[in-house]
Design a protein around this ligand. Structure first.
Ligand code: SF4
Ligand code: SF4
Ligand code: SF4
Length: 269
């Protein structure tokens, strides 16, 4: 027979079991969340976005940029997107950024994770200054490079002629025809993805990648003397009297070649 005490004890045990279950579920969910929250260098962010690591820290996942985007280009990441959870991104093959001239997404971001300052060049704020990514061409699958007629990416580009040009080349395969070769200009390309969207090949032959995942870095040990900002570095380096010089060998090359004793010494060291 069940007494009030046994009922109480059973309820208590059930609560404990539920508590442990919720704790275990919470731990697993938190682990998944943390994994998803790690910076993914292969994701395309809206115009003006901070560097990926700073963006992930600054964005509060409010979704305002997604709401105000008139072309539904942006979406907030879900757990299956493998992008830091709840952050905005776009997929050019499906919905490219249409480069609105009033940049509603960046203008309405409350935390400046989308920073308008990043879209200013020569004191002019413009969506054309965006650096969301860079379009790359796979010349093995691009129809134009294969000698077929295709200029769709050229036509779709909002900065056509500046961000992408067509060059006439001889078709070495047929040796009879010319073809129009599309070439992307990295200094102008914004990475909006309109060309990726327009490309007719099964997998796009022109596709956008975030700059962080493809850019090289010249490094500080190279000085580009003809660039203004590097001029002073070049001067400093030329006049650096503290630079340690490697001691030079005083023997001539011929002496070294004929130094039989030295060579034999080296062999038995
Ligand atoms: S510029 Fe326009 S289309 Fe592009 S993400 Fe912002 S609101 Fe959307
Ligand atoms: S508006 Fe700014 S803070 Fe809000 S989701 Fe978009 S990028 Fe993040
Ligand atoms: S649209 Fe695609 S296939 Fe056509 S020229 Fe451009 S990259 Fe090549």
């Amino acid at each position: 027979m069940e007494t009030p005490n046994t009922t109480k004890r059973r309820n208590f045990l059930l609560k404990v079991i539920h508590g442990v279950g919720y704790y275990a579920f919470g731990t697993v969910a938190w682990g998944v969340y943390l994994k998803q929250s790690q910076a993914n260098s292969d994701v395309l962010r809206p115009p003006g976005a901070l560097s990926e690591a700073d963006f992930v820290k600054t964005c509060i996942r409010c979704g305002i940029c997604v709401e105000v985007c008139p072309y539904d280009a942006l979406k907030l990441s879900k757990i299956t997107d493998h992008v830091s959870l709840g952050t905005p991104f776009y997929e050019p093959r499906k919905d490219p950024c249409q480069m609105c001239i009033d940049i509603p997404c960046a203008s309405s971001c409350p935390t400046r994770a989308l920073e308008l300052k990043n879209l200013i060049r020569d004191d002019v704020l413009s969506i054309n200054n965006a650096k969301m990514g860079l379009a790359l061409i796979n010349t093995q699958t691009c129809l134009a490079y294969l000698g077929l007629q295709c200029t769709l990416c050229f036509q779709a580009c909002p900065l056509t002629g500046d961000a992408i040009s067509l060059f006439k080349e001889r078709n070495t395969r047929t040796d009879m025809h010319a073809f129009l070769k599309p070439v992307v200009h990295p200094d102008v390309c914004t990475g909006c993805g309109m060309r990726e969207h327009a490309c007719p090949t099964t997998y796009p032959s022109i596709f956008v990648k975030p700059l962080s995942s493809i850019s090289g870095d010249i490094g500080s040990h190279y000085i580009v003397g003809w660039e203004k900002q590097d001029e002073s570095r070049a001067r400093e380096s030329a006049g650096d009297s503290n630079m340690k010089k490697t001691p030079r060998n005083e023997k001539s090359a011929l002496d070294n070649v004929n130094d039989v004793d030295g060579i034999l010494e080296g062999l038995y060291d």
